[in-house]
Design a protein around this ligand. Sequence first.
Ligand SMILES: *Cc1c(COP(=O)(O)O)cnc(C)c1O
Length: 359
Amino acid sequence: MNVIDLRSDTVTVPTPAMREAMANAAVGDDVYGEDPTINELEATAAEMFGKEAGLFVVSGTMGNLTSVLTHCQRGDEFILGKQSHIFRYEAGSAAMYGGLQPNTLEVQPDGTLILEQIRGAIRWDNPHEPVTRLICLENTHGGASGAPVPLAYIEQVAEIAREHNLKLHIDGARIFNAATALNTDVKTLTAPADSVSVCLSKGLCAPVGSVIVGSKDFIKRAHRIRKSLGGGMRQAGILAAAGLISLREMSTRLAEDHTNARLLAEGLAATPYIAVKLEQVRTNMFFFTLKPDAPITVSDLIARLQAEHNIIIRPYNAERGEFRVVTHYWIKQQDVYTVLNAVRSLLGVAVKPIEGAAD
Ligand SMILES: *Cc1c(COP(=O)(O)O)cnc(C)c1O
């Protein structure tokens, strides 16, 4: 029985086509700029995003950190969401390595920051105050249940940035999910941004890596920052070969993951003892809650799903009975039915197994 791992789209392993491309990748020393597959990956990313240049980096964290350090000087301030990945989950790296001060604003349920609050957070030109240099958005927003942030909003933020001579960076770890949900392409969706960081190893299945894109000048300076962070790589075309398949092929199939997330969410919503806010199911992730009167505890449900059904689900907030679920390439429609039947059987809910379900 295969494992159904719903913890995150980071658990995706490379596809057979990726492994084959990796085995056959042309490689060279990328620190000398001589890895043809990395060069192709960077050019392909730049082209897809309509930016002048791209840079392959080790991780999304390195992509964001490299971008932020390239835009800012020590002591500068940058504006971002309090629930953003950069602020919450990147080990304080911008402060640690850049001496930068985050100015955080509350992220709204639709993944946006309130425009008036952004304006209000920008500093005066006064020696008492730090210099505001950068605004960071996240799209889709993981801290807002995977909300896709629309172009019209990004344009408004870019307008504020331009008025105040600030840069705009988008943490687009899941930008292809956003473009898919908004029925647009990434070039259009990120046109207002100065830089974008894109994860290849989440829903796009590559084993390692992110790319950042921006102007030639930005990428040239980012190159030096990446080296200083220890991110200079040698024959990493082996990794870039998988990344090319991510960009070209895996980026076009994410609607399937969104459909499966919705199917699973609706099935859970129709299950007694479970609450799901269906309006928050917009891309490939959502949260659900086990109600207090459920006949099983959060920890028992998790343990038994894994032990008896090979299903792995992450508790998000055990006290509130909250779980997070993320769909991805390795979760098929059949798996959704398997999960629903397993959850219902553990809850002792008398429903007949959903049609088409196998175990
Ligand atoms: C995953 C993720 C990142 C990068 O994380 P790494 O673990 O460093 O690859 C950045 N931003 C968001 C929104 C993410 O979801």
